[in-house]
Design a protein around this ligand. Structure first.
Ligand code: FES
Ligand SMILES: [Fe+2]
Length: 421
């Protein structure tokens, strides 16, 4: 987040406040086909072509600090084993033994220099998944050791966050995230540590959960208290990045500006966060706006100078999603002082505030899914300030491959000219 970007966001916000219509030439969106959220056909396309070909966040590098440490990742249904090798590199293998298919490891996490299947003790090394031992080799005719290695998946680390992608030919993670990475630069993400996590099953399609965080059109309608909203959606400035990622910076409402002694929507300054350790390099804008980044397909991060929650949306079936949020924050001494004990009061208060907002969003989601299934809804209308939603849908179609999608379920690619390089 260099000064040029901050200046650009300020200019964009001023523009958004004063416009009376979308920018000249901005496309008219056709309805998003509702079948994308409720049909078996679209769910099957996502499962077959999208989730196996996209980077998803699986864990943190510090979850597996030592060679041999491993963690099992099952959030997309297929069991994957993320292992730190003897050379310190983190790699990903399918957790499926190449003998008769038993899971190689059964615990969620552990540590071992060799991965030994508990069923018949086929044993794999951790740097390449090579099969290195099996009992009674004499009983196999012309045994091909090479053909029985553990299959690999792509694995890479961004800011201490470990991502996996089942596509072995995936675009490298850094290239995939591309310019969206600039939003995380001041945060020294490697040094952040988990504060708490929550997980809720929501009866709706995963895109209903994602879409709720991609616009602030709804904000004053469901997040106001006593008629006061903390944000003013009219000034929301959005940026669309390649590969479906995006950002959204939303100014404080007047009432909220007064709370932190701001004299105008862009009177940005560092505010006092009391007992929370803060990151000084994070620009003042982040303290005095809602600054959020989405990483396609299932990550939304509202940034803060004392850390941020990462919201993750995991599809369980076409109308069920697991919504996780994990709060990461800077620490003074490499660890949170309270260790495994109770959260201190300032964090309990912050957790309760954030959970309350999440609760307001989630209250909508199940009824929306049900209502979408009504024959009354023939298509989903979206507008200019909801364009990050359209951007996500375009990217879904690009990954699935538009030719695989029945014409009545596609969205037209319209936002190409608005993607930042
Ligand atoms: S299934 Fe793993 S060793 Fe037999
Ligand atoms: Fe919301």
């Amino acid at each position: 987040m260099d000064q040029a970007l901050i200046d650009r966001i300020r200019t964009d916000m001023a523009y958004e406040y004063h416009r009376t219509a979308p920018p000249d030439g901005f496309p008219r969106f056709h309805d998003i086909p509702v079948g994308r959220h409720i049909s078996d056909t679209f769910e099957a396309l996502e499962q077959k072509y999208m989730w196996p070909r996209t980077w998803v966040m699986a864990c943190r590098a510090e979850d597996i600090p030592e060679p041999g440490d491993y963690i099992v990742f099952t959030d997309l249904g297929v069991s994957l084993l993320i292992v730190r090798g003897t050379d310190g590199e983190i790699r990903c293998f399918y957790n499926t033994c190449q003998h008769r298919g038993a899971p190689v490891v059964r615990e969620d996490r552990g540590s071992s220099r060799r991965l030994r299947c508990q069923y018949h003790s086929w044993t794999y090394e951790i740097d390449g998944g090579k099969l290195v031992a099996l009992p009674d080799e004499r009983d196999f005719v012309d045994f091909d050791w090479e053909a029985r290695c553990l299959p690999r998946a792509s694995c890479d680390v961004f800011g201490g966050f470990v991502f996996v992608n089942r596509d072995l030919d995936a675009t490298p993670l850094a290239e995939w995230i591309g310019p969206a990475a600039e939003m995380f630069k001041p945060f020294e993400c490697e040094s952040l540590r988990e504060v708490y996590r929550e997980s809720v099953i929501v009866p709706c399609n995963w895109k209903v959960t994602a879409e709720a965080f991609l616009e602030v059109y709804h904000f004053k309608h469901i997040h106001s208290h006593n008629g006061v909203s903390i944000l003013d959606n009219r000034g929301a400035a959005m940026g669309l990045y390649q590969n479906g990622h995006s950002r959204m910076i939303t100014p404080f409402s007047e009432q909220n500006q007064q709370r932190v002694d701001m004299t105008s929507w862009d009177d940005w300054k560092h505010v006092d966060h009391g007992q929370f350790p803060t990151i000084d390099a994070v620009p003042a804008m982040v303290d005095c706006t809602s600054t959020a980044v989405s990483l396609f397909p299932n990550i939304i991060i509202p940034l803060g100078r004392f850390g941020f929650p990462i919201n993750l949306f995991w599809p369980i079936d076409k109308s069920t999603t697991r919504l996780d949020w994990i709060y990461y924050a800077p620490v003074d001494d490499g660890a949170h002082a309270w260790g495994d004990g109770e959260l201190p009061d300032h964090w309990r208060i912050r957790r309760d505030q954030y959970n309350a907002i999440m609760g307001e969003d989630m209250m909508n989601m199940a009824p929306i899914q049900k209502s979408m299934e009504s024959p009354a809804l023939t298509g989903i209308a979206t507008n200019y300030q909801e364009r990050r939603i359209w951007h996500m849908h375009e990217q879904i179609d690009r990954i699935i491959g538009v030719e695989q999608i029945p014409p009545e379920l596609r969205v037209e690619p319209l936002l190409g000219p608005y993607i930042e390089s």
